[in-house]
Design a protein around this ligand. Structure first.
Ligand SMILES: [Zn+2]
Ligand SMILES: [Zn+2]
Length: 261
């Protein structure tokens, strides 16, 4: 039975200095990141309140970098934007930027390797009252995927997540679930986004006892978007009719208590 694991990476990574010496006349040179990008290099959940409220940031920019051929559907990104709008206060709105990059040929990625790609390819960092989110759509598996237990996404810093898009597509094509690509992408994106919102007990304090203590920082309510593990069979039931899993009332209450909508 296929299983999809949603995994949050709680890593403190040291970012190597970014030098760009590969510019040519033919391609636009990468935007030079602001000198101080440390605000975007913090642990998962530490920017929960900044995502949820307009106290420090009035808008969000989403910096999507995907390997050629692994761009998510436009509908999935629209669903993510709607999900963020539903749960946060951002009076100046949300904008999205897409960048396609060539494959680096790796067969699998560690989180450290994902972070290196981020340091080379991310162009948007917090700027004034705009908060930024980086999403990488990878063309290889996580090194933590084994057999039928595959990792399809991870939040690994306060404003960074990775979707193992090739893994997701493979699992989808091997299943007879009838699920659409958009449903699965949206479920994974919204799940990882919710970790950046501080769920569960990951920067957004618990308002009730719904923490999945065996699988830390997930929700123990059946069918909640923040369930640690969605068995593909159970996922079929959960997503019957291609319905994207939703946050349960206890997860929403946590977000609202931390300033969310
Ligand atoms: Zn998770
Ligand atoms: Zn929940």
């Amino acid at each position: 039975m296929k299983k999809i694991l949603f995994v949050v990476g709680l890593f403190s990574l040291i970012l190597a200095s970014c030098s760009s010496d590969d510019t040519t006349d033919e391609t636009p040179s990468p935007v030079t990141p602001p000198a101080n990008i440390t605000a975007n290099l913090q642990p998962v959940g530490t920017s929960a309140r900044d995502f949820l409220t307009a106290e420090n940031f009035n808008s969000i920019a989403i910096d999507i970098v995907h390997v050629e051929g692994f761009r998510p559907t436009n509908e999935s990104i629209n669903n993510l934007v709607s999900f963020i709008e539903e749960r946060t206060f951002k009076p100046d709105g949300i904008r999205v930027q897409f960048t396609s990059i060539p494959s680096n040929g790796d067969n699998e990625f560690s989180i450290q390797e994902i972070a290196e790609i981020e340091s080379e390819r991310r162009t948007l960092y917090n700027d004034g009252d705009e908060l930024t989110l980086f999403i990488f759509f990878a063309d290889a598996d996580s090194e933590n995927s084994e057999g039928n237990s595959v990792v399809v996404g991870a939040a690994y810093r306060n404003t960074s997540m990775v979707i193992y898009e090739s893994t997701l597509l493979r699992v989808l094509s091997n299943s007879n679930s009838g699920l659409t690509r958009t449903t699965v992408e949206s479920g994974v994106l919204n799940h990882e986004m919710s970790h950046l919102f501080g769920l569960v007990d990951l920067g957004t304090p618990l308002q009730s006892d719904h923490l999945d203590t065996e699988n830390g920082n997930h929700c123990n309510v059946p069918s909640c978007l923040m369930e640690f593990q969605i068995d593909f069979g159970a996922g079929m039931a959960m997503m019957a009719g291609n319905v994207i899993p939703q946050l349960d009332p206890q997860c929403i209450a946590d977000l609202q208590a931390n300033g969310g909508r």
